[in-house]
Unconditional design. Structure first.
Lengths: 336, 312
């Protein structure tokens, strides 16, 4: 590790400390912060919420980082796939009711439908549009995925209108003590996200196909020489990433409202996460996700009018990290 | 390029100006505003082209300059009682300031990272405008004082378009523009040749921010209503990108051609299918990026139907 590398790590560390201290400072100055028992309990709740939300964010980030790692493509349509996953979950949730059967599908069971559909969509996008432009000037795939995203937003708007939708699912809270509690839907989605992330991690680590994906990410040419069908790996990778994004969408749908235009926000969130964690770094993406979610929750709790400015936290963090340490928290310096 | 070709191009611009000057008296308000919006899109596409076509830094958030320009004008007209023509200068200044503020950090990024950082900057600015009630009236938007000014806005937009066209033409033919092209082709080599990339990129971003800001200001005074989600609409960025890329980025004629063709098609055909036409925009973007990266103009040059000198 050379000196410049070390310096950039120190700078990033200082930056992160400052960023996480900033909401507290603003809160102190504007009188939101007072250290009594109730406030501390509220702070704990906010931290728990941040942690659980981080699990969902990890679902966005991991898919994007996977695509980037294997194909060096930045998928601008990623947030739109998340949004599509949320709508798919909503559709499956309401489908029996729509046909007059009078019950709803459990959103977690509906993952059995959502994930394969998203996997197929992702595979199709890669096969039809992107396989031809892997390794082309990096702007071409960027513009193509941008176009895919726009088309998706408007297809969804066409079908579902721009109204906000939600999937009501265990809206009550689990009380840990009198004042500390956590929403059941948040807890469920956190556990699900953790399970999915770990199984994908295990898949990449131990499965033959997963190993092939990692080999392609390390060096596509050598992987090809070793007899790996690289095009097929690309298609599978994109499908896997799309399925992860759609899983993220399903978990979003049981916690938050969503409409077609929230997709852009998810893209930027996912991008901020992978920049923080290091492009192509799987574990870094998870850590980055939790950090970003924690920061957002702290901002909305401690800063007056914070719920409205929370989006700026992600954008600000993204731009700042790009400037301080372009290869992220755990990423390696890129060979260009 | 020879003197004769310059003269020919100036003659074309003169004819364009004369026709557009004479037209509005003889046509109805609808066609007048149709022409005005066509010119507005030409301004937006041409200015996007300066940073993204000549300099090669694709911006996904160019709407931010348009948005702050229209907001600056709307606030000054409504809350401070300025005459709308006087606000154009302030809008341009605000656009320029924002370009410097955003550009200084963000222009150090390359390729996709610049594009997405600009997207983030645009979305972040929208959020700020939404939240800052005291200055911007928040999410409700601003209603400008009601008046009929389709003729004045038409002439203002015409002047702005000719200015943008002139500046684009100058960029395409000056040392400044050639240096921007050098940065696009190889930034390290340009740096080694003694071009200060950051300064040139800042200048290019500043130039490409001023005109959208003024276009936004004129537009706000034409439509007489602004709100954060309509002025910072992602679709506007996409439309101007698509127009410039469809026509041919890095040329002077391309963005104008793209603006005319796409706005015409949008107005005539697609406006009847509101979502369908935006879906088509997405698909169009894919097709243009995949099969026609240099646009119609580039395609025609490759076919040998026109010469390169004719479009610059």
């Amino acid at each position: 590790m050379d000196r410049a590398e070390k310096r950039s790590i120190y700078r990033l560390a200082v930056f992160l400390v400052l960023v996480f201290a900033a909401p507290f400072v603003i809160g102190l100055l504007s009188g939101v912060v007072f250290f009594d028992r109730q406030w501390l309990a509220d702070l704990t709740n906010v931290m728990i919420n941040g942690l659980t939300q981080g699990g969902v964010y990890a679902m966005y980030g991991v898919g994007l980082t996977l695509i980037f790692g294997v194909m060096r493509i930045i998928n601008v349509a990623h947030g739109e796939i998340v949004m599509l996953g949320a709508y798919l979950t909503w559709s499956v949730f309401n489908a029996p009711d729509f046909f007059g059967l009078g019950f709803h599908f459990d959103p977690l069971i509906s993952l059995a439908v959502t994930l394969p559909v998203a996997f197929l969509i992702g595979m199709t996008i890669q096969k039809v549009l992107l396989n031809a432009v892997v390794g082309a000037p990096e702007l071409t795939p960027l513009l193509i995925t941008f176009g895919v995203g726009i088309a998706m937003i408007n297809v969804v708007t066409w079908i579902f209108t721009t109204d906000f939708h939600t999937v009501p699912y265990y809206p009550d809270s689990l009380r840990i003590t009198d004042t500390i509690y956590v929403g059941k839907n948040r807890l469920i989605s956190f556990v699900t996200a953790l399970a999915i992330s770990l199984s994908v991690f295990a898949f990449l680590k131990f499965n033959r196909l997963g190993k092939a994906i990692r080999a392609t990410a390390q060096n596509a040419q050598v992987a090809m020489v070793c007899g790996i069908n690289v095009r097929r790996i690309y298609v599978i990778t994109f499908g896997l990433a799309a399925a992860l994004a759609a899983a993220g969408g399903a978990l979003v749908s049981i916690q938050f409202g969503f409409n077609p235009e929230t997709g852009v926000q998810y893209t930027v969130t996912a991008f901020a996460i992978i920049l923080l964690g290091g492009r192509g770094n799987y574990v870094g993406a998870m850590i980055g996700a939790v950090m970003l979610a924690l920061l957002e929750n702290l901002v909305s709790f401690l800063v007056p009018n914070g719920a409205a400015v929370v989006e700026i936290a992600a954008y600000g963090m993204m731009i700042a990290v790009l400037l301080i340490r372009p290869h992220g928290l755990m990423g390696m310096k890129e060979v260009s | 390029m020879t003197q004769r070709e310059h003269l020919r191009n100036f003659a074309f611009m003169g004819i364009l100006l004369a026709v557009l000057l004479a037209l509005p008296q003889n046509i109805g308000v609808y066609y007048r505003s149709f022409l005005m919006f066509t010119m507005m899109w030409a301004v937006l596409a041409l200015s996007w082209n300066i940073i993204s076509g000549y300099t090669g830094y694709t911006s996904f958030g160019h709407v931010v300059f348009y948005g702050v320009g229209s907001y600056a004008s709307a606030i000054l007209v409504t809350d401070f009682g300025w005459s709308w023509l006087a606000t154009l200068g302030v809008s341009a200044l605000v656009g320029l300031l924002l370009a410097m503020l955003v550009g200084y950090p963000v222009l150090r990024l390359k390729g996709p990272y610049f594009a997405i950082a600009m997207l983030g900057a645009a979305e972040g600015t929208r959020v700020i405008v939404n939240v800052w009630d005291g200055l911007t009236h928040g999410g409700l938007g601003i209603n400008l004082p009601n008046k009929e000014n389709s003729l004045e806005t038409y002439y203002a937009m015409l002047a702005l378009m000719m200015l943008t066209l002139g500046v684009s033409y100058w960029v395409a033919h000056s040392r400044f523009g050639i240096r921007l092209n050098a940065i696009r082709e190889d930034e390290v080599a340009a740096d080694a040749l003694g071009i200060n990339p950051l300064a040139y990129k800042m200048a290019a971003l500043g130039l490409s921010a001023v005109f959208p800001a003024m276009a936004g200001a004129i537009q706000a005074n034409k439509t007489l209503y602004v709100n954060p989600s309509s002025e910072f609409f992602l679709q506007i960025t996409i439309t101007m990108m698509l127009m410039a890329m469809f026509g041919g980025k890095g040329t002077v004629v391309g963005p104008i051609l793209g603006a005319i063709v796409l706005y015409l098609v949008q107005e005539i055909v697609w406006v009847r299918f509101p979502f369908f036409h935006l879906i088509m925009f997405g698909i169009f973007l894919i097709l243009v990026a995949r099969f026609m990266p240099r646009g119609v103009v580039g395609l025609l040059i490759d076919k040998g139907w026109i010469r390169k000198g004719m479009v610059h």
